[in-house]
Design a protein around this ligand. Structure first.
Ligand code: F6R
Length: 604
């Protein structure tokens, strides 16, 4: 996830910017850069990879006395992690850093290119600085040019801009991406996209509201609201606890990551959807020539996303698909055919068992693809092709947002292959793409939903076990719900296909057996409902999750009405994640670092 810092003052600007970026490292990034304006001269440095590379590049660059500076850590979403794509982005006389997405950048870029502007990067961000400089030629002041530029942007952003035409000022704007400014008695001004870089420097901070924009100079902090009304800054003391600041006010990283899902799914979709097609710039369509089957292989949560994918590949792309647990696949002397595409899925890209299966498939001459969250990881380097999920760094040991982005990628990939194989009408494909656009909205956590789950959780702290049940893609989701609960509550939980319960497990049913029933309105509702009724008749305690009221349940968590089962899938995913989290909290467990587990399993 990208990070922003900014500084205006008389101390060592370079060090302050680099230290600030270090405090944002925990968010994950793949390139970084700074731009410092001093005595009407800009110095700009960028480096791919870790901050140590940027430190190395700037080792002979020194700053003292008054300067303004901006810095950025970039997690590649639009364009590869290269120096040219790293921020700050340059115009003729200005630099900009930006978090978020400029949705109308293509139109802006076209019109700027028509005016003769040459773009250096593939990013959406670069349009901001060129648009600003275009406006600077028309408007009377730099501030007026900046305000006009902001009014022309659509999307989400936190922006800092510095320009030679006002060389003791930092311009800022915030809409949908966090940003704050901090002050102290020495009249320094610090900007950042989260609290941590400001701890120890600023005494008080003002958190910008959506729509705020303005400028900061030695004498002034000028904030305007989106209707151009001047606002007074509202300063408050800054937290002094770094770890809690990293959690952005959430109690746990896992909770923060559940709440982040809407944003990271939006990032994962970015640039990959048009009206009637899915685009994966990283894939050559010819890669799928001669492929008649897909085999997916992974561990744990990633295995559950693979299982979910298998339903979509067969349903939408009409291609044979099988799913393997990596630790099993490795040793069972599997038969591998050259017309099979071998797909590994991994958040970390380092899981030993999954990595080994990738090596096996390569050795057998299969085409290989990895769906992964970490660029340059072992699997990414080894596979023939790669699709990166854009979940940002995941800190909670229990995976949440990585799973959400994996399923999003697989939904897109199944449609991409459906188009290649001509297995879906263009009308249906367009509708599927329309539905995909609804995913970020469907995973937004509301206070009402979270409060309800918090309250219900106290009834599920005992008993002799949990069964999460569902059909079709809701079966892998049931497996995932059960895995989340096991990992952080240490209670026994199983995921089961709803229709299988009567073939054995129903013998366990009594009031102390908790059934979490996934009841989607748009997929096999009546069939799933009968299965739950069978358990209810045998007195299992039932918590139903559905958009449709269900009176045979002891507890009911209502999701929103929507028009497709996959949107129900994403809503229910959030519910099972939050339920596990709240049960774990009530049991007093360490949510982010559950016992016996590690984030990356590099042993077999
Ligand atoms: C569960 C979890 C694990 C991982 C598994 C594979 O919450 O995080 O089950 O999914 O260890 O890890 P990756 O995806 O990194 O290969």
């Amino acid at each position: 996830m990208c990070g922003i810092v900014g500084y205006l003052g008389e101390k060592n600007t370079k060090e302050i910017l680099l230290d600030g970026l270090k405090e944002l490292e925990y968010r994950g990034y793949d390139s970084a850069g700074i731009a410092v304006l001093q005595n009407k001269t800009f110095s700009n440095y960028k480096a791919v990879g870790k901050l140590i590379n940027l430190e190395e590049k700037t080792k002979d660059f020194t700053t003292k006395d008054f300067a303004v500076g901006i810095g950025h850590t970039r997690w590649a979403t639009h364009g590869k992690p290269t120096e040219l794509n790293a921020h700050p982005h340059v115009g003729e006389n200005s630099y900009v850093v930006h978090n978020g997405i400029i949705e109308n950048y293509v139109e802006l870029k076209r019109s700027l290119e028509a005016d003769g502007v040459k773009f250096l990067s593939q990013t959406d961000t670069e349009v901001i600085v060129h648009q600003f400089e275009k406006n600077l030629k028309i408007e009377k002041t730099a501030f007026e040019a900046f305000s006009k530029t902001i009014s022309e942007l659509e999307g989400a952003y936190a922006i800092l801009l510095v320009t030679k035409s006002e060389d003791a000022t930092i311009f800022f704007a915030k809409h949908g991406s966090p940003m704050l400014v901090g002050i102290n008695q020495e009249n320094e001004k610090y900007f950042a996209s989260s609290d941590t870089p400001l701890i120890g420097h600023a005494k008080e901070v003002n958190y910008f509201e959506d729509g705020d924009y303005g400028f900061v100079s030695n004498d002034e902090i000028a904030i305007f609201s989106k209707d151009a009304k001047k606002q007074k800054p509202v300063f408050q003391a800054i937290s002094t606890n770094r770890l809690s600041a990293q959690k952005d006010g959430y109690r746990f990283f896992m909770e923060k990551e559940i709440y982040e899902q809407s944003d990271v799914i939006a990032d994962t979709l970015l640039g990959r959807l048009s009206e009637d097609a899915i685009h994966f710039d990283e894939l050559d369509p010819a890669f799928f020539d001669g492929i008649n089957e897909i085999k997916l292989c992974a561990c744990g949560t990633s295995y559950h996303s693979a299982l979910t994918a298998s339903y979509m590949f067969e349903r939408y792309a009409k291609i044979r698909c099988s799913v393997e647990i990596a630790s099993e696949f490795r040793y069972r002397e599997p038969l591998m055919c050259k017309d099979t595409l071998f797909v590994v899925i991994s958040q970390s890209g380092e899981t030993a068992d999954t990595l080994e299966t990738l090596k096996m498939a390569k050795k057998a001459g299969l085409k290989t693809l990895v769906v992964c969250n970490v660029d340059n990881s072992s699997m990414v380097r080894l596979a023939d092709a790669c699709i990166l999920t854009r979940a940002g760094i995941e800190k909670g040991v229990a995976s949440t947002k990585a799973f959400a982005t994996q399923v999003t990628v697989f939904w897109m990939l199944s449609l991409y292959i459906a188009k290649l194989r001509d297995t879906m009408t263009s009308k249906k494909l367009a509708h599927q793409i329309f539905l995909l656009r609804g995913v970020p909205g469907s995973v937004k956590v509301t206070d009402t939903m979270h409060e309800r789950i918090k309250r219900l959780s106290k009834r599920y702290l005992h008993g002799h076990g949990f069964f999460f049940i569902g059909r079709d893609v809701f079966f892998p989701l049931a497996l995932e719900g059960a895995l989340k609960l096991k990992e952080i509550s240490y209670l026994h939980a199983e995921g089961y296909p709803s229709g299988e319960m009567k073939h054995g497990p129903i013998a366990l049913a009594d009031p102390e057996l908790f059934t979490i029933a996934l009841l989607p309105q748009h997929l096999l509702y009546e069939k799933s409902k009968s299965n739950v009724e069978e358990l209810s008749a045998r007195d299992s305690t039932i918590c139903a999750i559905s958009a449709i009221e269900f009176d045979k349940a002891d507890d009911f968590i209502q999701i929103n009405q929507c028009e497709d089962y996959m949107l129900e899938f994403f809503q229910m995913m959030v519910v099972v994640q939050l339920l596990s989290l709240e049960i774990s909290v009530r049991l007093g467990n360490d949510v982010d670092m559950p016992r016996n587990l590690a984030k990356s399993v590099t042993v077999e």
